[in-house]
Design a protein. Sequence first.
Lengths: 366, 368
Amino acid sequence: MATLVLEKLNLWYGKHTHAVRDVDLVVEDGELCVFLGPSGCGKTSTLRMIAGFVRPTSGKIYLDGQVINDLYPGDRNVAMIFQSYALYPHMTVREQLAFPLQARRLSRQEIAKRVEEIAHFLHLEDFLDRYPQELSAGQRQRVAIGRALIRKPRLFLMDEPLSQLDARLRVEMRANLRKLQQELRITTIYVTHDQTEAQGLADKIMVMHQGRVQQVGKPIEIYENPANLFVAGFIGMPAMNFLRGVLVRGERLAFQGNGVRLCFSRELEGKLVGLPQEEVILGIRPEHLVLASEEKEENTLTGEVYVVEPQSNEYIIDLRVGEEIVKVRLEKRNLPGSPRGGERMRVFFEDRYLYVFDPVTEKRLL
Amino acid sequence: MSEIRLENVRVRYGKNVVLRDVSFTVPEGSLCVITGPSGCGKTTVLRVIAGLTKPERGMVYLGGKPALHILPGERDVAMCFQTFALYPHMTVRENWMFPLYAEKLSPQEMARRIEEVTRLLHMEFLLDRYPGQLSGGQQQRVALGRALVRRPKIYLLDEPLGNLDAKLRVEMRAEIRKIQETLGITTVYVTHDQTEAQAVADIMVVMDFGEVKQVGTPEEVYEKPENLFVAGFIGTPRMNFFSLEVQEGNGQVFLVSQAFSLPLDAHQGALLRRQNIPRVILGVRPENVLCTLQPGSGSFPAVLEVVEPQSNEYILTLRREDVIFKARLRRDTLGFTPEVGQKVWVRFEEGFWHLFDPRTERRLEGRG
């Protein structure tokens, strides 16, 4: 049971590398918070400060209201799970689970009882006498979690725990982990560079870039309301399409980009007219574009099919619009047949699916 | 002519048979992707085509001619690896020149080839950089370019995007697809990533344990998997499988387990009746598992165990008795906000039921 608060946390490595900049964050009791960002964004550095492996250069870390900056890692009562699980190859599951308790000099009966409890909870009862190499990836993950859990930590810290698994297993393990965490209700920090994983797992996501917090929010919020260009481009796959250009104010407002001309519905126009900027970046997600009839003018892009990629029940289509490539995700069942290279295609987006960014500040305007 | 044809190719490493009767044809100018889990033999197939591994049995035809006796260097095949294998002390231009020296081309011809590849790969401003000064995607392009300058008849790519991050992989795969289309070089591409395979392939060869499990277009392989392996391997989250008993009642055929009883449509019912099969495995892809809050015809109740938002979709883990399965549904058309512990009504979308014979693991019907 723990609430974690980070206050103006900064970390310098030497004089030149400002790895973590003014990070503020509240993780509520029982929440799973994902630190997400590309490599080098400061997410693992932040985790390491919480674990106590590095000291923040400035700022405070509170666990349940208590400042823990000066506590040794071993005194923080946090448990960490690594990429490699780091199980002892020469110990059975039972021995692995008992190990942290033996270090604490608990009685043999107490240890046996706790091991039984944990094994039951993690469905490991039948594997207690096996060695790590005799277990599946999923079972190994549960042993690693069990070994951390048996100490009854206040906080769980996980650094890319699924990154060693193949794509398919990762998707399965992710759901297992989510379910387990919801049952345990232990406050958890989870570090990953994989935005699909973050969306699937998190109660709350903290997106980081170049040491700074870009946005904190629920997965759906971050997907639907990205705060800036970085978040918009980082969340979602294939990435959001960005079109650079200017808003031309005439009788009707239009967007003029790199060979792309776009006019809008009256309602959207009303919102765009109010923007002080002339230069903008428009953002439209591939999944928010749908086939449009030839008569439709507003909120449409017309282009030539450039690349077609089948993907499960969808096609991902690279559409050449002017000088830009716009990716479109269409369900196969909504198409008359497989689209062919060179074909003309017109696509439409609803008003609510248009994002507008300032090219200078990269902040979201609409 | 650069069609590639393998006939009953068998390769053994010591006692291990790593390829068993592998046969498939890659028509001239098309892009064939070999996919399967690690250890399935896909890279060995590539090595056989390149001439680096000699099959114990079977034939390889390149451009219609038997090729087993042709040395690797004389097959006019270019290979590109996952690790790029660029020369770190050479600039991009020098990396590309290198294979051309060996071909003893005139300086003019070399310059022409380099220019062509530069344009194709958009490397205009990067020719004088060293690999260490390039991003992952750019290094990837240099590696592709080095194979391309030779103008090979056949292009072999082994996990060419394996070293790139997820985002870049999605961008680069479209580029590779486009370059291959433009050049029309017969290409064999190996990847363990089935999403990548679907995206770039004209033809997919799905392999497991040294055997070819299915050959087909990405659409065929996804919509009509020929066996349980392919059904489970292609698509993510993977297809849900239910082991069910076939029963008859009121002139209709039902698929029954402790968890539920599903009426089959007339077509599939007749098929099972004809074949007289006692048990089947029903496969339903997560996107064909429909959820509502109200019961409807053909629906059964289930409890939501895990809710994972994913872009404009939810991936839901559902439980009915002891059976756990997944649904992948669009948020905008779902009509409710799913919550853990909630009871929902589930229906498997008609026309998207895949039936397999549990004894042979083969697909039972022709409809997708």
